[in-house]
Design a protein around this ligand. Sequence first.
Ligand code: SF4
Length: 575
Amino acid sequence: MDTSRRPKIALLNIPSGMPSEAFPIAISRVIDGLDPSLDAEIEFIDVEYYGLSFDEIKARISAISPQIIGFSAILTHAYSYLKELSLFLRSEFPDTVQVLGGQMSVLSNLIIQRTEVDFCVTGESEPAFSALIARLRGAKFDLSVPELFSDIKGLVFMSGDVPYFTGHAESEGKGLGQMNYGLMSKFTDIERFFPNVTEGPFKNWINKDEVGDFYGFLFPGNVQKRIASVFSSKGCVGRCTFCHRFFKGYASFEPSLVISHIDELAKKRDIGFIQILGELFGCDKKKTEMIVDHLKLNKLNWSIGAIRVNMVDESAILKWREAGCVLISFGIESCSQKMLDVMEKRTTVEENLKAIDLCFKHGVFTAILLLIGMPGETEETISETIRNLIKVIPEDMTVPYEIVVNYFQPVPGTPGYEYARNAGLIGPSLEAEEQYVKGLYGVNANNIKHYLNFTDYEKEETAYWKHYIFLELITGYIKKHGLFRTLKRKKINRYKYAAIYMLAPAGIRRFLLKYGIMLTSFGLTATISVIYRKIFKKKKPFFSLVRESLREVNKRMELQIRPDDIHTHVLRKGR
Ligand code: SF4
């Protein structure tokens, strides 16, 4: 490897293993944020979009001949892919330094020990990555003296026998950029980020029978136009116990920059819809108002990718609707206060119901997004969620009604994951953690098969919950609007199935659904075994007793820190 020339870097994204509408904003920000004085040559290989094989990746890297291969890995789910690729690239390019950035760096302890990655960059990668490149160049890419890197904040690397974490780097606010489309167009097809409205994500989120109603919410003419995605903030003020907080705190972007970015995109393309991305919209009311006014003035329709329920009221929804907002995504998670407390949502059932109701009332689409099966979940909390949500069935039948239910899947770097370790559902050893994380690749959280059972029921008994919530809410819809009116208006099969389902009395349909789903999902032997265990091996209450934030629960049951995790265990807490 020629170490005297300017640094050459090949950046790769790591496929999540799930169908995604990946938006490589992290790559764009890393390239944009690189210190120009490094004079680095950087190339992005869009592995995810082009579905490149390892041999194709090798060919692309050979052509670049980099000293550094950088992996951008968003989801911890993709660990097994990363490991395989890292080992492959080490065998093909033994002298090239491997660096990993992105949310997966929460697994730095594992990655540094079990893959060929030399450095993990935690938090906002930009400053630490630049400092690392400069230091590597100074050291002629020789990694034999790890102490050389120990003063660069935000790095994890092997020092002696254990992974060493240099400490959290404080944000310099460099990661607040929008996607640099001009830059990214050199490496990948950027036009895919501007789909036609009818080809965009809405057709995946709303069933085909009702998506037309949603398009009807748009200003005339916008449905024939294209979608663009824009960030207005980064981070979140929440600290939900299932959610990995990668960045500390929250920052909202300068509205004038957001507005000029929107104008720039709209000028070049026929944009009629803006998807506002980011984990939390609307935190800064003044800045939000400026952006909303601009969207309204330009007759753009828009959606809010994420906002907390306690940040909306009727006047905001009315104003936003008038300004073209047609979709708001909340992530209410549950309508049982006990479960909201376990999740540390810092919201109430009433706030959840009010936010949903206001959207339905004012013609804004919002899907009911639920997370079930966290510690504390019981048949009663599931019923409570249903009972509450039935109170906010839309009056207006043109509002699409979608319910999405996922099972809790502990993600590293969250109190939920640490709880799973503390409770023994994920083993304490490095091997056990690796086995769990490997198993996440390509796994959909709505699939019961991969659910670690956080309840006092047999896992098989919880398989019907998802279907039960769904069918009971659709039943509630039919009861509200009448069978004839509903079936006339809603052609999709779920309403027909619910019409049959609701013929049985409540207790009987629940029983039939529970054992029907158990039989079809797990088979006869497993079902008989569940019945046997229910009669002869009753479990003692444990998970159902959890009533408070998992962050608090963990304090009472923390495991001893593993010797190899002595420097990196702080990453487990997220930020
Ligand atoms: S789940 Fe949503 S509200 Fe909670 S911390 Fe994550 S981004 Fe914030």
